[in-house]
Design a protein around this ligand. Structure first.
Ligand code: URP
Ligand code: ZN
Ligand code: ZN
Ligand code: ZN
Length: 488
């Protein structure tokens, strides 16, 4: 394949502007973006007339080769990434889980898993306990491993969940390192209660999963995490915002200037809980994820929040378990591995649901599927832009063509798809990753090992002004009141 490439005549979209231009690529980098670039015949030319040429999607939230709830996701770093590329996503950020409490062992395990990568990837780190060693290892992650984001789970009692004391320690540590604190916001103690109640009522099927963890528990934990981050004065990123309850807490905090980022995921934006009443276990269980997919109405509200800027970027939480894995919970919904697919579908779903419907512009589309993620994780404009010097991660979308999602035609290893049968307008016809055409004419041309690890440096733009706010707070405090020693 050629290392020189010219994309001709398309509408080039960046988050800040839209222009008709040619894009010239050499050795994995974008060299020039301007009208009418002339090249020699050693250059592969792709005609993009009438189509949108956009930065490849960046999925901020995935779980590939994730060992969870007694099993491991069916998609690993190769199959999950191949699926991503077929759907126009050219980079993802995956969650490293510590091994026996060690962050270093965790990241080493993920480095191995990622060796077969066919696209670029970054890492977040989950923090599941707290001691001096974890605190020290967080520094190593930021300084030596290029990991600048740490996820705290307020749910999954008995496994990943942490308490408020640990969350506070973690928030303080993140702040001192310039790292971004992320939170899975559900009240895990209340979820545990809710689950017991369902079992007592004899509700053991998949519907028990959603009924045991209602939106109020997501709202509570979101509010709590936001307030604790405000108390520490450090930015907070709320992952998988699934409900109006959580979204409204984010809106309220942002209104008064608090640095809170809200990440809805594809499933929460387009699906609803009609699966709850499906009598077929397999069909219902495939939708089980946490927080659960809510009643119709939450999805529309999340879309609206995305269009007004209350929420800033879209992830997937791609965490794929096939039917036989989901069947681990056939007698007890608490044992159904949590997670749904989306890494391959996100770009099409967001286009159809948000752009095609007229809720957002094409430039907004680029911002919330790619650019904002690159800014938050501090890799812009290397990623998230079509600019000279940027990595050549590019998609070509035909707005007049259409897509259809089926488990028969998708590229994930999953035997099901939560978006089965969905069709929509807008088709990603070409994906270019690292300057190489990897998806064209519905064919994947991926190379294991070609993906690179992308370090995400600390102190993103959200940290601007944090120290000034601290100084203001300190100077607003009175000196201690002097009192006589006698108490009478
Ligand atoms: O159900 C989910 N979301 N599974 C993945 C783990 C997580 O909480 O993100
Ligand atoms: Zn070549
Ligand atoms: Zn989570
Ligand atoms: Zn997740």
């Amino acid at each position: 394949s050629s290392s020189k490439l010219l994309i001709k005549g398309g509408t080039v979209v960046n988050a800040h502007q839209l222009e008709i231009a040619d894009v010239y690529v050499e050795d994995g980098k974008i060299i020039a973006v301007k009208p009418t670039i002339r090249v020699g015949d050693d250059v592969l030319v792709i005609d993009a007339t009438g189509k949108f040429v956009m930065p490849g999607g960046i999925d901020p939230h995935t779980h590939l080769a994730f060992e969870f709830m007694g099993t491991e996701t069916i998609d690993d770093f190769f199959s999950g990434q191949a699926a991503a590329l077929a759907g126009g996503t050219t980079m993802h950020i995956d969650f490293v889980i510590p091994v026996n409490g060690s962050l270093t062992a965790g990241v080493e395990a993920y480095e191995k898993k990622a060796q077969k990568s066919c696209m670029d990837y970054g890492f977040h780190m989950a923090i599941t306990k707290w001691d001096e060693n974890v605190s020290r290892e967080m520094e190593i992650m930021v300084k030596d491993k290029g990991i600048n984001s740490f996820k705290f789970f307020l749910a999954y009692k008995g496994s990943l969940m942490i308490n408020d004391e640990l969350l506070l320690e973690g928030l303080k540590k993140c702040k001192s390192l310039g790292a971004l604190a992320m939170v899975h916001a559900e009240n895990g103690d209340a979820v545990y209660e809710g689950q017991k109640r369902m079992i007592e009522l004899g509700i053991t099927g998949p519907e028990g999963h959603a009924l045991s963890r209602p939106a109020v528990l997501e709202g509570e934990a979101t509010a709590r995490a936001i307030r604790l981050a405000g108390f520490v004065n450090t930015p907070l990123y709320v992952v998988h915002v699934m409900s109006i309850d959580a979204m409204e807490e984010i809106a309220k905090a942002r209104k008064v200037g608090q640095k809170v980022v809200g990440e809805p995921v594809a499933s929460g934006l387009v699906l609803d809980d009609s699966w709850l009443w499906n009598p077929d276990f397999k069909t219902a269980a495939k939708y089980v994820m946490s927080p659960p997919i809510r009643a119709s109405g939450h999805n529309k509200a999340l879309q609206a929040a995305l269009s007004t800027g209350v929420l800033q970027l879209v992830g997937t939480d791609h965490c794929a378990f096939n039917s036989t894995q989901k069947a681990l919970g056939i007698d007890d919904f608490r044992k159904i591995p949590n997670g749904v697919n989306g890494i391959e579908e996100r770009m099409h779903l967001v286009w159809d649901t948000m752009v095609e419907s007229g809720q957002i512009s094409v430039t907004d589309y680029v911002r919330l599927t790619s650019t904002e993620c690159a800014r938050i994780f501090n890799i812009y404009p290397r990623k998230g832009a079509i600019l000279p010097g940027s990595d050549a991660d590019i998609i070509i979308l035909n707005p007049n063509s259409s897509f259809e999602i089926t488990s028969k035609s998708h590229h994930s290893r999953l035997d099901t798809n939560v978006y089965e049968g969905r069709r929509g307008k807008g088709k990603i016809e070409v994906t270019i990753a690292g300057g190489r055409v990897v998806w064209e004419n519905n064919k994947l041309m991926v190379v294991p090992g070609s993906g690179k690890y992308i370090q995400t440096p600390p102190f993103n733009y959200l940290f601007n002004g944090i120290d000034k706010a601290d100084a203001r707070y300190l100077s607003s405090l009175q000196a201690p009141v002097k009192r006589a020693k006698s108490a009478t």
